[in-house]
Design a protein around this ligand. Sequence first.
Ligand code: FES
Length: 142
Amino acid sequence: MSVVSTRESSFRLVQYETLLDGLERTGHDVEYQCKSGYCGMCRVKILHGDVKYLEQPLAFVAFDEILPCCCIPVADVMLDCVLRDEFRVELDQQELFPMQQNLFTEQELAHDSQNKSPAQTKRRITRDKAKRTASEFSLDLF
Ligand code: FES
């Protein structure tokens, strides 16, 4: 399975996912409407790699653009795409508390992931551990 890289992240598509589905799942800021290749709203610049269209799109695209709603990568691709603000906050927290990132255990993630997405789980655990650390150092961050 090909690796999809963006300006701030990288991921792999899961089975039956289009590029747009993968970008949405991983918190990227991509607008869309039809999800069928008609409107062109999801247009994204492709910086490297190649894609295959699942159905021939009707919307216009420049030579360096793709419509992620109706294609999948045929090799590793790099897209000119950034994360939504709420996902960027999570990255900022990781930079503020780098030691916290090594404190996740598989048990914590597995236990909590039954009702929440991995991103929600990781965000909650990060926030809880950051609060604990802040209270240890008498910091009033939250
Ligand atoms: S969402 Fe309309 S072309 Fe992709």
